[in-house]
Design a protein around this ligand. Structure first.
Ligand code: SAM
Length: 225
């Protein structure tokens, strides 16, 4: 198996694929709310009631369209909510607001300042090399009562030697307190957590072909410790 390092992966046509949907809306058909199973603004509103303010971090935010739509609502309603989006490709929809920050960076290296009430990653993990590494880091960026939700196809996590797909990943994630819904391929973690998963990242390859999203994705390889 020939693995790609992060730099090579990020230049791959699979990761820089112009056919992937980077323009998802906040709500409605195919929107963030449908993917997450709840309305992010409603969730953040509730956090404002509880804590006086709220922070949302969206990993692999694409063009930032959903975040800009959210920012329009919070500005009109004068809600104390801060939104941060991060994507490898800085081709963001034009925006200007002190409550919304869109950052061009690779999530293989980027880390935020402070913690968040809500962290989302909508169809972004499919393209990340060390998917479990990013899941672990995102869980550590949550507030004590924060929520992390991400689409993840555990079929794209492969166990070496042999590179077979394994049920071990979902089992170990569950044991670590991270919920995984196989039918929806949705990962969910409540509350700040320092995950210590017994897997060492070995590398990734961009020849996995399409997964359930029908888009070509990246397989990530791990050794079990
Ligand atoms: C299918 S798009 C989803 C975008 C957005 N969440 C949406 O639903 O509209 C996947 C996004 O992941 C981003 N991405 C891939 N690898 C990344 C990396 N290493 N760091 C940050 N973003 C990455 C891509 O640039 C792309 O915008």
């Amino acid at each position: 198996m020939h693995y790609h390092d992060d730099q090579k992966l990020e230049q791959s046509p699979v990761v820089a694929n112009c056919c992937m949907n980077r323009e998802r809306d906040l709500n409605g058909t195919n929107g963030y709310d449908v993917e997450l199973g709840f309305q992010p603004l409603k969730f953040l509103d509730d956090k404002v009631v509880q804590n006086g303010m709220a922070r949302w971090l969206d990993l692999c935010c694409g063009s930032g369209k959903a975040l800009i739509q959210a920012e329009n609502f919070i500005r009109c309603d004068r809600l104390p909510i801060e939104i941060t989006g991060v994507d490898l490709v800085g081709m963001f929809v034009a925006h200007s607001s002190s409550q919304l920050t869109l950052i061009e960076a690779s999530l293989s290296a980027w880390s935020p300042v402070g913690s968040f009430d809500l962290i989302t990653c909508i169809h972004g993990l499919h393209y990340i090399g060390d998917k479990l590494g990013l899941v672990s880091r995102a869980c550590s960026w949550l507030n004590h009562d924060g929520l992390f939700v991400a689409n993840l196809d555990t079929g794209n996590l492969r166990l070496n030697p042999g590179g077979k797909s394994s049920r071990a990943f979902a089992k170990v994630l569950r044991q670590a307190g991270v919920e995984y819904q196989p039918r929806k391929r949705l990962l969910r973690c409540e509350g700040h957590r320092g995950l210590s998963l017994p897997f060492t990242y070995v590398g990734a390859d961009d020849e996995a072909g399409p997964n359930y999203t029908k888009q070509p994705v990246v397989n990530s390889y791990y050794e079990q410790r």
